[in-house]
Design a protein around this ligand. Structure first.
Ligand code: AMP
Length: 148
């Protein structure tokens, strides 16, 4: 049966991750695929253009620890072992692609807000991941601002 052998679930670790995670987990069960999870931590200096006049290393360390704990919880909930949980520094789109390549994933699952207008022009991670993808990408609709 055609399907997917290795699935990469990309999570921003917000509440919405639960919707995306359950879909990915269901698909992995359906196809008996190996499920991996990736979360990308954007270094504060990257997010603010490297222009912050103070030492942010302890803040960065706390963010890292929180993300690690959150990812561990999600991994436990989904039955994804440690070696399939990836916590990476960088830009989400780039690192999601890079991780997918390194684990030889054949499907990436992301959440999508279905943004329109200006928000769409500003771009989203889902668009960024879809752009230039060489494997299938599933964008799970998670609702947009103002939607119930
Ligand atoms: P966004 O367009 O940033 O609202 O995010 C949409 C989706 O992109 C999320 O549901 C995740 O699947 C993925 N995503 C966003 N940020 C990250 C991140 N830092 N690490 C991994 N995936 C992310």
């Amino acid at each position: 049966m055609p399907g997917y052998d290795r699935l990469l679930l990309a999570v921003d670790l917000t509440e919405e991750s639960n919707v995306v995670s359950s879909k990915a987990s269901e698909l992995a069960d359906l196809f008996s695929s190996e499920l991996h999870i990736v979360h990308v931590l954007e270094p504060i200096s990257l997010a603010y253009g490297g222009d912050v006049p103070m030492d942010l290393s302890s803040v960065q360390e706390q963010i890292h620890e929180q993300a690690q704990a959150h990812l561990t919880d999600l991994g436990a909930a989904l039955g994804v072992p440690k070696d399939r949980q990836h916590l990476i520094f960088g830009r989400p789109e780039n690192e999601i692609h890079r991780t997918a390549e390194s684990i030889e994933a054949d499907l990436i699952v992301v959440g999508s807000h279905g943004r329109a207008g200006l928000a769409l022009l500003l771009g989203s991670t889902a668009n960024g991941v879809l752009h230039g993808a060489t494997i299938d990408v599933l964008a799970v609709h998670v609702g947009s601002a103002g939607e119930s």
